[in-house]
Write a protein that binds this ligand. Structure first.
Ligand code: SF4
Ligand code: SF4
Length: 434
């Protein structure tokens, strides 16, 4: 791909697919908030096509518009013409970064530190996580918060500090053996991707996933050293780095050796299933990337496919509602499977959440870059959760888990926020302790 014309070089059948019907408009959270055409999928696609056709320059206004988009892909589900919004959106952002229309010293420094350094080697992220954990567990964080010293800092920094996630006591490599045997007969051999943010904040969900897989006849291979999937990079215009990470993952988890490559993070899975389009111009990896895409499975999808075993415990009575991660639902079309798993847990009553597939505002790092819009979406989501009367909300993506934990705390709502697989793992444990 030419380094400077991402949209122009994109297959024109993708660029011209939109027939302007407007059926996507009611499903778009940013259009819903502003009612402005340019904030809608149809409006954004028209802008992208104008750039591809050389009728519009890539400007700061274009950049701002593309970063106001959540990338939630609700429009892709609604579209009868099969518009590939994900591909358009990623190419638009890559072009914005290539043309540097949003560049400024602060933004450049943050991107250099996070996307180009921290997330390119997860040992660095783990080290940062250990530092943060020390800050939290020595009581320094509480001291800082209670002392009121944060009031001296800009409001945005205060908000960011309040959103800092709690780092786990142990990371995945300390909780999960490199090889976990299947409980009983081995039917499958699978690889487990432990993720980046997921590993820092929800390594227990990774452990639960491995336990559930083992309970269902899978031998699970979980190497201690892993790489980021690159979704953060692809969604934020760092196309070349995303390709680099995709190659690294394919080398580390040769798809020929596994029945499935498992992910439990909706956002990562949506990206992981598209390595073939990322590497299509790379003769050394194109074919393997196709096989890789076919082997990547979301955990809910895989368990239903292999006919998950229902836990045989008595179960504890709990009312649970389910929030759909955008990229699990719209990106991967994994909609029925998490509900099926939840309904199979003894004692669990599943109540449907109004607007379950409406974005919660997390959207990767959107809650950090667009706090106002993200805050509105979170309030709307929490109000809906409240209306169900559920005491637990389940969701299959670490970004959504963190966003809902923060939303519940802000609203003073006593709510358990949990991954569906954790509820399943708890039921198997209850069965085994009977
Ligand atoms: S990805 Fe989401 S926010 Fe962006 S245009 Fe589509 S529906 Fe709207
Ligand atoms: S639904 Fe699809 S074809 Fe219709 S306006 Fe939206 S993106 Fe275009």
């Amino acid at each position: 791909m030419s380094s400077s014309n991402y949209l122009k070089d994109l297959d024109y059948s993708v660029v011209q697919q939109c027939m302007h019907c407007g059926l996507c408009l009611p499903t778009c959270p940013t259009y819903d908030a502003t009612k402005l055409e340019r904030n809608s999928p149809r409006g954004r696609i028209a802008l992208m096509r104008a750039v591809a056709d050389d009728r519009l320059d890539v400007t700061k206004a274009f950049g701002d518009e593309m970063y106001f988009c959540l990338g939630c892909l609700a429009c892709q589900t609604a579209c009868p013409a099969g518009v590939n919004y994900a591909e358009l959106f990623e190419h638009a952002r890559a072009e914005i970064e290539e043309k540097k229309v949003l560049a400024n010293p602060k933004r450049n420094t943050i991107r250099r530190f996070t996307l180009k350094w921290l997330f390119m080697d997860l040992r660095r992220l783990e080290l940062a996580g250990k530092g943060l954990r020390l800050y939290q567990q020595t009581g320094l964080q509480s001291l800082v918060r209670n002392s009121g010293v944060m009031k001296a800092f800009p409001k945005r920094l205060q908000e960011l500090e309040a959103m800092t996630p709690a780092v786990c006591d142990k990371f995945s490599s300390e909780l999960i053996a490199p090889v976990t045997s299947a409980a009983g007969e081995r039917k499958y051999r699978v690889a487990m991707l432990t993720g980046c943010a997921q590993d820092l904040t929800f390594s227990d969900v990774n452990r639960d996933t491995v336990e559930v897989l083992a309970q269902n006849g899978c031998e699970v291979i979980t190497p201690a050293a892993q790489s980021c999937c690159g979704s953060l990079h692809a969604h934020n215009g760092e196309w070349t780095l995303a390709q680099q990470l995709a190659r690294r993952n394919i080398d580390q988890f040769p798809p020929e050796q596994f029945d499935a490559i498992i992910t439990n993070a909706g956002g990562c899975g949506s990206h992981l299933k598209h390595y073939a389009s990322l590497l299509k111009s790379d003769p050394a990896y194109a074919k393997r990337a196709e096989l890789w895409d076919a082997k990547v499975k979301d955990i809910h999808e895989w368990l239903v496919f292999i006919k998950v075993r229902s836990p045989k415990c008595e179960g504890r009575n709990q009312t649970v509602t389910y929030h759909e991660s955008c990229h699990l639902t719209h990106g991967q079309k994994v909609v029925a499977q998490p509900r099926k798993l939840l309904k199979g847990i003894p004692g669990l009553k599943l109540v449907e959440l109004p607007e379950a597939n409406w974005c919660c505002g997390s959207a990767g790092i959107y809650n950090l870059t667009q706090p106002e819009m993200a805050g509105q979406l979170l309030e709307r989501k929490i109000a809906h959760i409240k209306s169900t009367g559920a005491t637990t909300v389940a969701t299959g993506n670490p970004g959504c888990l963190l966003q809902l934990i923060n939303g519940a705390a802000k609203a003073g709502l006593k709510l358990r926020v949990v991954h569906p697989i954790t509820l399943l793992a708890e039921a198997y444990r209850a069965e085994n302790s009977q």
